[in-house]
Every structure is written in structure tokens, then in C-alpha cells.
Write a protein that binds this ligand. Structure first.
Ligand code: PLP
Length: 392
């Protein structure tokens, strides 16, 4: 067998990703290196995952300790890191209970199942439909792609699962009209990530809460991308004064370890009883020990505040760049979840940035997304801005 290389990858790995021709071999905080020894400043963070930077020493230490102690036991038994993580999470948000799984899609699957079961337990079996948003992204499993408001994600996978209706994001009247006697929940991202870094009007989420309350339906916030400090608050919904009944987390929760979580109030979570839902790997000692370290650092240190400040600086520099560069149509986002909508395709720009030693990525066809670790420095932002100035 030859050494693992890109040519072999194209023969043995399923052809589902259009990868950049770079083999990354190591990371440290906001930098990653390729196998040629080239360094890149990372404004992708493994898609908003490594919020505490690559190879964070304290997460690594927690992981090493737990790996040498107990990795997995299944949920037939209790394990301490899982309990400690759930305690920490519920202390810092509206929720009372947590279900652990392994990815964002699985967290949303759990949310969808809980919303349906909540009403079915009350005998309201007709209430099983979920209203989701156009341009939303909720994952790639059959239920979560069916909940996703983007045709390109669903193409070729018919029949799409029934049970999902759609309303345009940020349009409270259309949402109201989409909710009917069969609706059990409204599901949305507080800021749409994959859909183009779309921010709601400041009052929209509170209005959504009111509409849900009036209709007697549950509200689910998918904070898989926006959560855990990404937008400058621990959870993005804190910016908008709206509290959900169910929230899903994944991406940054393990700083790169695969973990998802579905959080809910006691009232709603009571619809789950033993046997209702499960995951073999959900909340293993190993991943929950890492995530416990992540949430401890995010809540006890000033990392989220620091990210909020650097995010404001980053946004101001992007807005200044827009003044100089006609290819930029607008700058969008919150905290360190930022985007630049271009009037030219974004992919060639991404490739030029890569050549110059910066990882950025594109969402939709013409939007550049910037999601660096929350530990990114102003100087590193300045360097990216200079690169963009040149490339554009
Ligand atoms: C990434 C993402 C998901 C899916 O997460 P996976 O871990 O890839 O399954 C779901 N919702 C949102 C908002 C996301 O950004």
C-alpha cells in the first residue's frame, strides 16, 4: 500500500466532497499546516467547530486523561463526564435536560422526534408537522434534509419525507400563515449559516416565540452553527430575547470531537421515557470529557466576550474593505459568524486566498464565510483583509 495521498483518496473514499487539494497535517490555535510545511491562517475552523482553536492544550489534556481512563460504556450505565456536561449546559441556558448524540443531524432528529412525541403523548396525533424556513440547513439524514429549505440538498433523494412545511425566514406573517392545526413545532436557526449568514430583524425571533405560543406549538432553535460563542453570546438566541422549548447543539461543542446535544425544558423533555430514543455512542465519557472542558472554558473565561470584540473589529474592517472593493455587495453576520456577499462567484476567491495562506470558505455561490476560532487576533484579521484586498 502506498502512503495515504490525494490520488488514493479519490479511489477509496466516497465521492461526496469537492475537496481543496491540500493535505492538512497539524494545527495550533488559529493556524494549520499542510504536508509541504505551508502554514495557513484558519478562518474556517473545520466549519465553525474549533472555536477554541486547534489542538487546544486544555481540551487535549482532558481528552488524554479520559482516553487513558474510560472511553465508552454505552448508555446502559452512568458515567460522570456525561452528567457533569449536562449539568453545565443546563446551568447556562433555558433547558433542564439534555439528550446526547454524535452530530448536528442527529441532534435535530432527536428534536423532531421529541416534538412529535410531545403531542402524540397528549393524544394530539394530528399535530405532527414542522414548519421550517426557506434557505435553512438542518442536516443530511432523511428527516433533516427533508426539514432543510434548500432544493440542492434534497435533489435525487425522493421521496422526501412528509411532515415539513416552509416559510421564508424573517417574515412573521408568512410563518403565521404556514402554521396550521397539524403543526407541532417551528424549527429555525437564529442566524442562518449555510443559507448565507442571514440575520433576522431584531424583533423577529421574539415574534416567532409569540406566534408559537398563540398557536400552542413548540419552538426549536437549531444552534448547531450559531451556538457556543460563535455569534458573541454563548447562544445566539440571547441576542434576540427569545427562548425556545428545544435547542440543538453540535459543531463547536467538542471543539472537533463528534458530539451533538438536544436540550429541552422539563415540560417538553417529559415526552421522552426509557426506550423512546437512544444512541450507542451518545455522550461517551471521552467526548463528554472534551466537551466539558470546552463549555467550562467558554463560560468561565472571557473567550466569548473576546470573540464578540474581535468580531466587531472584523466586521468594521470588512465594511471598510467593501468601501474599496466593488465586488462586495454587503457584509453580514454577528460576532465571528461573518459573511461577505459578492457580485462574483466566491470559489475563485476562496482558491486565491488558499494560495496566499488563508482558509476561508464559500456558502451559496457568492458568499464568503468567515468563522475563525474565537481566539483569532486582530493582526491575523488584518492579514486576511490585506489578502482579500489584493485578491478581489
Ligand atoms: C452543520 C449543521 C447541521 C448538521 O450538522 P452535522 O454534524 O453535519 O450533521 C445542522 N444544522 C446546522 C445549522 C448546521 O450548521
Amino acid at each position: 500500500m502506498n502512503a495515504p495521498n490525494m490520488q488514493t483518496a479519490d479511489q477509496v473514499i466516497a465521492n461526496t466532497y469537492a475537496r481543496f487539494p491540500v493535505m492538512l497535517t497539524k494545527g495550533q490555535d488559529c493556524y494549520v499546516w499542510d504536508d509541504q510545511g505551508r502554514r495557513y491562517t484558519d478562518f474556517v475552523s473545520g466549519i465553525a467547530v474549533c472555536n477554541l482553536g486547534h489542538a487546544n492544550p486544555r481540551v487535549t489534556a482532558a481528552l488524554q486523561k479520559q482516553a487513558a481512563t474510560l472511553v465508552h460504556v454505552s448508555n446502559l450505565y452512568y458515567s460522570q463526564p456525561q452528567i457533569a456536561l449536562a449539568q453545565k449546559l443546563v446551568t447556562h441556558c433555558f433547558a433542564d435536560r439534555v439528550f446526547f448524540c454524535n452530530s448536528g443531524a442527529e441532534a435535530n432528529e432527536a428534536a423532531i422526534k421529541l416534538a412529535r412525541r410531545f403531542f402524540q403523548q397528549q393524544g394530539q396525533t394530528q399535530r405532527h408537522r414542522i414548519v421550517s424556513m426557506e434557505k435553512s440547513f438542518h442536516g443530511r439524514t432523511m428527516a433533516t434534509l427533508s426539514a432543510t429549505g434548500q432544493d440542492k440538498i434534497k435533489k435525487g433523494f425522493d421521496p422526501i419525507l412528509d411532515g415539513f412545511d416552509f416559510a421564508p425566514f424573517n417574515d412573521i406573517e408568512r410563518l403565521q400563515a404556514a402554521i396550521g392545526p397539524q403543526t407541532c413545532a417551528v424549527m429555525l436557526e437564529p442566524v442562518q449559516g449555510e443559507g448565507g449568514i442571514n440575520c433576522p430583524d431584531s424583533s423577529y425571533l421574539a415574534q416567532v416565540r409569540t406566534v408559537c405560543d398563540n398557536a400552542g406549538v413548540l419552538l426549536i432553535f437549531d444552534e448547531i452553527q450559531t451556538g457556543l460563542g460563535r455569534t458573541g453570546k454563548l447562544f445566539a438566541h440571547e441576542h434576540f430575547g427569545a427562548v425556545p422549548d428545544i435547542m440543538t447543539l453540535a459543531k463547536a461543542l467538542g471543539n472537533g470531537l463528534p458530539i451533538g446535544a438536544m436540550l429541552a425544558t422539563d415540560r417538553v423533555a417529559a415526552a421522552f421515557s426509557p426506550g423512546a430514543h437512544a444512541s450507542t455512542f451518545g455522550g461517551t465519557p471521552l467526548v463528554t470529557a472534551a466537551a466539558l472542558q470546552v463549555i467550562t472554558m467558554l463560560t468561565e473565561e472571557k473567550i466569548v466576550e473576546q470573540g464578540r470584540e474581535t468580531g466587531a473589529y472584523f466586521k468594521s474592517q470588512l465594511l471598510a474593505l467593501k468601501q474599496r472593493q466593488a465586488a462586495i455587495e454587503d457584509i453580514r453576520g454577528l460576532g465571528l459568524l461573518l459573511g461577505a456577499r459578492l457580485n462574483v462567484p466566491a470559489l475563485p476567491i476562496v482558491n486565491r486566498c488558499l494560495e496566499q495562506g488563508f482558509l476561508v470558505n464559500a456558502v451559496q455561490e457568492k458568499i464568503l464565510r468567515f468563522v475563525p476560532p474565537l481566539t483569532i487576533k486582530k493582526e491575523q484579521i488584518d492579514e486576511l483583509i490585506a489578502c482579500l484586498d489584493d485578491v478581489l
